[in-house]
Design a protein around this ligand. Sequence first.
Ligand SMILES: Cc1cc2nc3c(=O)[nH]c(=O)nc-3n(C[C@H](O)[C@H](O)[C@H](O)COP(=O)(O)OP(=O)(O)OC[C@H]3O[C@@H](n4cnc5c(N)ncnc54)[C@H](O)[C@@H]3O)c2cc1C
Ligand code: FES
Length: 218
Amino acid sequence: MLSVDSRLDPLLKRPFSLHRFVSGDLQFLYRVVGKATSILKEKKPGDIMELIGPLGNGFPLNQAGKVNPVLVAGGMGIAPLVALAEKVAKQEPFFFYGARSADELLCLDELDSIGIVPVVSTDDGTAGRKGFVTELVDEFLTKHHSSDLYSIYACGPKPMLAALSGVAKKHKVKAYMALEESMACGVGACLGCVIKTVDGYKRVCKEGPVFSFDDIMW
Ligand SMILES: Cc1cc2nc3c(=O)[nH]c(=O)nc-3n(C[C@H](O)[C@H](O)[C@H](O)COP(=O)(O)OP(=O)(O)OC[C@H]3O[C@@H](n4cnc5c(N)ncnc54)[C@H](O)[C@@H]3O)c2cc1C
Ligand code: FES
C-alpha cells in the first residue's frame, strides 16, 4: 500500500503488486489511471514515499511432484508475474500474455532476459493471436493436458480470471488467481475489499490477493 503524497489528497494509500527486486531495489510497475498514479508519474529520484508491505499472501509454489507452471497475465496483471516467472524459471514455465494491443504489451525484454518467450494475444490483433488469452490457454491444455502436470498462476482483470477459472475447471487443473479489488486500508480492517468465496466472505487484502479458482464465487 503506497502513499504517493504526504498531503491529504489522495488520502488513501493505493495497492500495488511487488514487481521485482533488482540489485536491492524494489520495483513497481504501474499504469496511470487517476490521481495517485498521476502523482506517482511526477516523482523524481530521491523523493520519499511511505508504504506498508508486503501485505497479503503470494502464489503457492511448494507443490509436491513435478508441476509445470502456466503463467497467465492480462493487461497490468503482468506486474507480479515477471518475478514469479523468474522464481519458477527452472521448472520450464509456460507464459501466456494478453493485452488490448501491441503497445500495451510490457516487460517483454524482462521476460526475454529470464529466457521466457510469452505466447501473446491482443484484442485488436496487433500482436500475437487476435482474441482472448484464455482461448490460448484452453487450446494449450486441450493439446497437452495431463491433470497433475500443470498449475495455473494468473493475474488480470476479473472477467479474464473468471473465464480462466472455467478453463481450469474444464481441464481439471489447479489455478491460483491474484485478484484486484478496490482497497481502502489494505490491512484487513475496513472490509472494503471482501469477495464471496465458498467459505463465506474473505478480504482480498488479507486472505488474498491470491485465491484458488474454485474458492471464488464468480
Ligand atoms: C492487489 C492489487 C494489486 C495491484 N497492483 C497494481 C500494479 O502492480 N500496477 C498497477 O498499475 N495497478 C495495480 N493495481 C491497481 C491500482 O491500485 C490502481 O490503478 C490505483 O489504485 C489507481 O489509483 P489512482 O488514484 O491513480 O486512480 P483512481 O483515482 O483511484 O481511479 C481513477 C479511475 O481509474 C479507475 N481505475 C482504478 N484502478 C484501475 C485499474 N487497475 N485499471 C483500470 N482502471 C482503474 C477507477 O475506477 C477510476 O475510474 C493493483 C490493485 C490491487 C487491488
Ligand atoms: S482494504 Fe480494508 S479490509 Fe481489505
